[in-house]
Structure formats: C-alpha cells, structure tokens
Design a protein around this ligand. Structure first.
Ligand SMILES: NC(=O)c1ccc[n+]([C@@H]2O[C@H](COP(=O)([O-])OP(=O)(O)OC[C@H]3O[C@@H](n4cnc5c(N)ncnc54)[C@H](OP(=O)(O)O)[C@@H]3O)[C@@H](O)[C@H]2O)c1
Length: 352
C-alpha cells in the first residue's frame, strides 16, 4: 500500500511540472471524477481543465468550487451524453479546437443499473459504451494531443480509466460486445478485461504515454442514482455498515490523482534528459511498479485503490498467450469504423 503521506507529498510536487497543464475529466461532474478533478486543480499551477458530463448544474457548482481552490485554474464544461460515440466525437472536436496538447485524461463515466441490453442508434449497449467504447474513443481521438504533450515540456502525458482493475473474470471471445449474450455481470467482466488489454495495446503503440486502469475501492458517490427506488432504499439502509470499508472522498481524489501522475507508473519510453517525463519523481525508498504484464516500464498499469499493482495474473497471462490483446484491439477499431459508417448515414438522413 502506498502510504497516504507519500500520496500527498507526490501530489504537492505536481507544481514542479510548471504552469498550464491541460486535463480532461470525462465523468467529472460527480463522485470519483469530481474528487480527482478537484485534487488536480488544487495541486497544479494555472491548469486548464475540461469537464465532460450531462449535468450542467453540477458542473456550475464544481467550476465555482474549483475557482475557490485555485484562482488561476480555468475549468470549462462540455455537455455530452457519452453513451453515443457521436457525442464523444463532438466533445473531442470542441477540445481539439482549443488545445494542441493534453497532459492527462481521467475517465470515470458510468452508472450502476439493473438494465438489460439497451442499444443506442450505433448498435452498442449504452452501459458497455460508458465503461468501455466511449473511453477508448476519447483516447483514440485525442492521441495527437497526448503525443504532443509527451514531446513538449514538461513531457507529461497520461490516461487513467477508473473501473475495476483486479476484478477480471473470463469473457466470451465470440461475443465481445455482448450483442446476443448481455447480462450486467458479463458487461462488467468484458469491459474490465477489455480496459486492461487496451491499456497494453495503446502502451505498445505509444511509448511516450502511460495508460492506466484503476479500481477505486468502495466509495460513497452518486453511482446508484439510476437504480430503481427499492434498490436505492436498500443501499441507504446498509450504507452505515458499508462505510466501515469505504474510501473517503478526499482520499479517493488524492489517490486517483497520485495514480494519474506518479513516476511509479512511467511510460515505456519517456523523453530522455528530463525526470518529469516519467511523472512526478519518486520519493526515497519508493520503487517503480510492475506493468500489467509483470515487466517494469511497460507503460500499461493495473492499479488497486491503494496504489498497488493488481490484476488476475493467471487469467490475463492465459489470454495474453492466446493473443486476446490483438483480438480486443481489432474488435474495437472495427466497431469504431462500423459506428462511423452508421453515423454518416444518420447525418445524411438528418440533412435529406
Ligand atoms: N463508487 C464506487 O464504489 C465504485 C466502485 C468500483 C468502480 N467504480 C467505477 O468508478 C466510475 C465512477 O463512479 P462514481 O462512483 O464516481 O460514480 P458517479 O458519482 O455516479 O459518477 C459518474 C460520472 O459519470 C457521468 N456519466 C454517467 N452517465 C453519463 C453519460 N451518459 N454521459 C456522460 N457522462 C455520464 C456522470 O455525469 P452526469 O451525471 O453529469 O452525466 C458522473 O460524472 C464508474 O465507472 C464506476 O463503475 C465505482
């Protein structure tokens, strides 16, 4: 476990990366995304932050609170429902217009629901899209900006997807998007494992950027708001008991910021000659983490709530030897092409 004082000390050194870091928080209007965004704003010099979600009232509140934490911070809300990739693309275009580089992308978009498969017009399940396709699409669209961040001072470039690293289970390789075999449990299994492998695939292609997937622990947030009323009442009743095992809001924000920025999780090949390219320098006695494949400096990391590396090693190495990383990559890029074609048709029918 990374001690909390090590986390705080590392986050305080983020200022050494200098002014003007640019960050995108998708799902920053509530919960873990909000806590991490505020920790980022508090610990950086004149940051520019983009906040993506649907809830404009929450965004207004957060922007005001960020102004109190750091007067020099610039936080902008981009309203988007990212259960559709078309909306992801629209949000990315807005960001691309404003920024040549992005130093950090943190993604926490998600919900807790008991829904069955709920297809969007692009043929993708909406919850699956929140947990997986939208996240990969944001990264994929914004790779030019992440690359630029890795090549320009302070050479710092990272992405973090907060979901369920370490909670991997077997998946159905012949129905990766769960078109015909969807259940809530399988959706969790597929999106967790696919987040893992995409971190590895991106890291292998982009050696100047770190790709992380974390598990936040049990955190009291707005996650249950889309559950039916009986389930929300039941959850409220057991919350005092569960709170014994919960990670607090401030600790979660600080820890996820540490995971997003510490030099413990460096890119595979950070730019040479500048220590900051690997992330915030390590405190004495702290050593580099192993990557998801067990190798130091792999550039892809699966991280538990407390900063330790995690992952179902046996399952992952079995899947890795079967080439599942490549399968997941090709499936995802294939889906992006398929969806792009569907959306071209949607534009045509909207304009005709
Ligand atoms: N809390 C936990 O104990 C826990 C445990 C394990 C894993 N996780 C995972 O951690 C992630 C964050 O959870 P959280 O607890 O922070 O939940 P949360 O408080 O409900 O935050 C979820 C965020 O996702 C955004 N979001 C949801 N649907 C969206 C949509 N259609 N379009 C755009 N944004 C959308 C919400 O923004 P808007 O409402 O503004 O759209 C909100 O900012 C989730 O993936 C969750 O599965 C949480």
């Amino acid at each position: 476990m990374v001690a909390l004082d090590v986390v705080h000390a590392s986050n305080a050194r983020l200022r050494e990366l200098g002014p003007g870091l640019v960050a995108l928080f998708v799902g920053g209007t509530s919960g873990i995304g909000e806590f991490t965004l505020k920790a980022f704003v508090q610990n950086t010099v004149s940051p520019r932050v983009y906040l993506v979600g649907r809830n404009a009232t929450a965004a207004d509140r957060i922007i005001k609170e960020c102004g109190e934490l750091n007067k020099e911070a610039k936080v902008e809300f981009l309203r988007a429902d990212v259960t559709e990739l078309k909306e992801v693309d629209r949000a990315c275009k807005e960001i691309e217009k404003r920024e040549k580089r992005i130093n950090l992308i943190v993604q926490t978009q998600g919900n807790l629901s008991l829904n069955l498969r709920n297809e969007n017009p692009e043929g993708l399940d909406r919850k699956f899209t929140l947990n997986y396709y939208s996240r990969m699409r944001f990264i994929s669209n914004l790779l030019p900006q992440l690359r630029t961040a890795s090549t320009e001072p302070p050479h710092f470039s990272r992405t973090l997807s907060v979901l369920g690293a370490g909670h991997e289970n077997a998946i159905n390789l012949s129905d990766l998007d769960l078109k015909t075999t969807f259940t809530g449990k399988r959706c969790a299994n597929h999106t967790i494992l696919m987040n893992d492998f995409m971190a590895e695939e991106f890291a292998a292609r982009e050696p100047g950027i770190s790709f992380l997937h974390s598990y936040p622990g049990f955190v009291n947030t707005g996650l249950a708001r889309e559950l039916p009323i009986w389930a929300r009442v039941a959850l409220k009743v057991v919350t005092p008991l569960l709170s014994l095992f919960m990670v607090g809001a401030d600790e979660t924000g600080q820890r996820q910021l540490f995971i997003s920025t510490s030099g413990i999780y460096p890119p595979a090949k950070p730019v040479e000659g500048t220590a900051l390219a690997a992330g915030v320098p390590l405190a004495k006695g702290v050593s580099l983490s192993k990557g998801s494949d067990g190798k130091v400096r792999s550039g892809a990391y699966l991280v538990n709530w407390n900063g330790e590396v995690t992952g179902n090693e046996k399952l992952l190495s079995n899947y890795r030897s079967q080439g599942v990383g490549k399968t997941v990559w090709e499936h995802t890029m294939g889906m992006f092409q398929k969806v792009a074609k569907i959306n071209e048709g949607r534009v045509d029918s909207a304009t005709s």
